[in-house]
Design a protein around this ligand. Structure first.
Ligand code: G3P
Ligand code: MG
Length: 239
C-alpha cells in the first residue's frame, strides 16, 4: 500500500473559513500533506480561489464571482464558517498568493478547475502559466468535473498531471479514462463509490486515486483501509 496523502479540502475548512489563507496555513500546521483548492476567474482575469459560482454563501458580497474584478473581490470578507468572527478577517486568496506561500514547503497541491457551471475561457492557460512561474508543476494535480477543460489543459501542455472528478458511481471508470484522447494520472471519485475491488482495478490499471470528501471518522477509517493515494477532507486533523 502506498502512503496516503492527507489532503485538506479548501484548507482546514471544517474549522476555518473555507479557501482562506488561514485555512491553508492551519491545515499545514495540522500536518496535512496536500491542499485541495477550487479556482475561477475574476472579471479582469485573475485566478481566484473560490468554490461557489456566487459570492453569498461564503462572503459578505453578492452576485457571481465572474462579475467582479480582482479589486472588488479583495474587499470582501470570507464569512462562511460559524466561528468566522473569531478569526482575523479573511480575504479571497489568489492562486498566485497560494503558490507564493507554498514556496516555503513541499505541500502537494490539487487545483480543481471550478468551471462546471461557468466555463471560463483562458482559465487553463492562466493556471499553467502560474505553475510554470512558481515551478510547481512537479507537485500539482489539476482536476475538474469539466472533462473538456482537462482536455484543453492537455492540449496546452502534457507536463501537468490531470485527474477526472466524478460523482456518479461509474460502471467502468477505466474504460472511460482510456477512451479519452489525453492521459490521466488520477481518478477523483466520491468516497462512497469505492470498495476494495474497484480500487484494486484502478490501481492495477496504473491510476492514482484521490477521493473526496471524507469527513466522518467512521468513513475516514474505512477509506484509510483502501489502497488510495489521497483522502480529501475538511478535517485534516482527523486523518
Ligand atoms: O476535488 C474534490 C472536491 O472538492 C469536489 O467537489 O464541490 O467540494 O469542489 P467540491
Ligand atoms: Mg473542490
Amino acid at each position: 500500500m502506498t502512503e496516503i496523502i492527507n489532503i485538506a479540502h479548501r484548507g482546514a475548512s471544517g474549522i476555518y473559513p473555507e479557501n482562506s489563507m488561514l485555512a491553508f496555513k492551519k491545515a499545514i500546521e495540522m500536518g496535512c500533506g496536500g491542499l485541495e483548492v477550487d479556482v475561477q476567474l475574476s472579471s479582469d482575469g485573475e485566478v481566484v480561489i473560490f468554490h461557489d459560482k456566487k459570492l453569498q454563501r461564503v462572503t459578505n458580497g453578492e452576485g457571481l464571482v465572474c462579475e467582479h474584478s480582482y479589486a472588488e473581490l479583495k474587499k470582501l470578507e470570507i464569512t462562511n464558517n460559524n466561528q468566522a468572527n473569531q478569526y482575523p478577517k479573511q480575504q479571497i486568496v489568489t492562486l498566485k498568493e497560494l503558490l507564493q506561500m507554498l514556496q516555503e514547503n513541499e505541500i502537494f497541491l490539487n487545483i480543481e478547475l471550478k468551471n462546471i457551471y461557468i466555463d471560463y475561457p483562458g482559465l487553463e492557460e492562466k493556471v499553467y502559466e502560474l505553475l510554470k512561474e512558481y515551478e510547481m508543476i512537479e507537485r500539482v494535480v489539476i482536476s475538474s468535473f469539466n472533462h473538456h477543460s482537462l482536455q484543453r489543459f492537455a492540449q496546452i501542455s502534457e507536463e501537468v498531471d490531470l485527474g477526472i472528478i466524478y460523482l456518479a458511481n461509474l460502471i467502468d471508470p477505466i474504460a472511460y479514462a482510456e477512451s479519452l484522447d489525453f492521459k490521466l494520472r488520477s481518478f477523483h471519485p466520491l468516497y462512497s463509490t469505492l470498495d476494495e475491488k474497484r480500487v484494486e482495478k484502478m490501481k492495477k490499471a496504473g491510476y492514482d486515486i484521490f477521493t473526496y470528501t471524507v469527513n466522518d471518522k467512521i468513513d475516514i477509517k474505512k477509506v484509510s483501509n483502501l489502497d488510495v493515494d489521497g483522502i480529501i477532507s475538511d478535517y485534516p486533523d482527523r486523518l
